[in-house]
Design a protein around this ligand. Structure first.
Ligand SMILES: C[C@H](O)[C@H](O)[C@@H](O)[C@@H](O)C(=O)O
Ligand code: MG
Length: 396
């Protein structure tokens, strides 16, 4: 029987400037250009999401070193506070253990922090540790994570692109383009008109068959979302309306899903966490597609459970853009037929690695697709760029 090297040390670093905290971008980036949010009811916070702190956390880098010197790592959103949780609380459940104990480790990380965690930053930290553990497992077994998850069910991944230029995304070979919504209820009918005008312009540029979606980033109420969805469907053939209302308003999502035109999809989930949160979305019939972020929902160990719940309910799982961490999962799931690619070029007019500059060897879609063979490296198949300014704020 093969006995893998035990876990020797867990370390947590933070780093600024793009990467896993992909909202942490420079001036003039499409991702911070008057995008509708729940804070847009305050005019001073309407132009820039950074103005209210969307990039306040920064990236969490988790490193797990085995006794034989092998290092697994992962990146997610969490920054310095997540480093504290990893070093001062979570590390104790890993050091000295086998990396194959990921079920027990996850259970102890979650239930030991349940009194102050359950969702958000704490589960981001747990997710980062879990992803690093799967990376380590793959490196120790010399297998890509997707092989550890049961192997690929398809030879290639296909992607839709998220960004301000669906017309460019079509030229680049993506199967669809998801636009950020720019105007919410606080901007009234004028804002609604601008939302529809932008979508109509993109429909004219992209033709009738290209998927167009709107990402509403929690900014709307049910009435506004219903009106937007109805006009966008009737006038522009919108394929789905994403994360239209507060993630906590399960009742509102259920009502919105009843309200939207037949054939249109309602999606959400990137700010939901754990099997229990997604069970609520599924059992209250809140959406057609769930979109967990594997770096925020609990990691691969938890996403396996979430995905099985969705599969049993006949729902698709299309993880929120999270680079290789979602690709290795999506390629193994029958109910994950495509993936998201977040366009991190400022325009966006080019395909650039999503978590740049943090991951060396990060694969990107070519013509909107990625061969499964592009993932054929141990673990998640990437290495940490150690030329970036890694800071370890806490030790244990
Ligand atoms: C484009 C959206 O406003 C978010 O920035 C995006 O990260 C997320 O909602 C997505 O689905 O990609
Ligand atoms: Mg989204």
């Amino acid at each position: 029987m093969v006995t893998l090297s035990r876990i020797k040390h867990v370390r947590a670093f933070t780093v600024r400037g793009g990467g896993a905290d992909y909202h942490d971008q420079g001036e003039g980036h499409w991702i911070d250009d008057h995008i509708a949010t729940p804070m847009a009811k305050y005019p001073e916070y309407r132009q820039s999401r950074q103005s209210f702190g969307i990039n306040v956390l920064g990236t969490l880098v988790v490193e797990i070193e085995a006794e034989d010197g092998t290092i697994g790592f992962a990146v997610t959103t969490g920054g310095e506070p997540a480093c504290y949780i990893v070093e001062k609380h979570l590390a104790r459940f890993l050091e000295g253990r086998s990396p194959t104990d990921y079920e027990k480790i996850w259970d102890q990380m979650f239930f030991s922090t349940q009194y102050y965690g359950r969702k958000g930053l704490v589960v981001n930290a747990i997710s980062g540790v879990d992803l690093a553990l799967w990376d380590l497992l793959g490196k120790l077994r010399d297998e890509p994570v997707y092989q550890l998850l049961g192997g690929a069910v398809r030879d290639e991944l296909q992607f839709y692109a998220t960004g301000a230029r669906p017309d460019v995304a079509k030229e680049l070979g993506f199967i669809g383009g998801k636009l950020p919504l720019h105007h919410g209820p606080a901007e009234g009918e004028e804002g609604m008109h601008k939302n529809i005008a932008l979508l109509a312009d993109m429909r004219a540029k992209c033709g009738d068959d290209f998927w167009l979606m709107y990402d509403c980033w929690m900014a709307l109420d049910v009435n506004y979302a219903t009106k937007l969805a109805t006009r966008a469907w009737n006038e522009c053939g919108l394929k789905w309306i994403e994360e239209a209302i507060s993630p906590d308003d399960y009742w509102g999502y259920a009502e919105l899903k009843r309200n939207v035109p037949k054939g249109m999809l309602v999606t959400t989930g990137e700010h939901e966490a754990t099997r229990w949160g997604f069970r609520m979305l599924l059992e209250m019939d809140c959406c057609d597609i769930i979109q967990p972020d594997v770096g925020w929902c609990g990691g691969v160990t938890e996403l396996l459970k979430i995905s099985a719940l969705a599969d049993a309910a006949g729902k698709l799982v299309v993880p929120h853009g999270s680079s290789v961490y979602s690709y290795h999962f999506v390629v193994t799931r029958h109910n994950s037929p495509f993936a998201e690619f977040l366009m991190m070029h400022p325009g966006p007019t080019e395909v650039v690695p999503m978590f740049a500059p943090q991951l060396l060897g990060e694969p990107v879609p070519q013509n909107g697709r990625m061969r499964t063979s592009a993932l054929d490296k141990p673990g998640f198949g990437v290495e940490l760029n150690r030329d970036i300014a890694l800071h370890r704020p806490y030790t244990h």
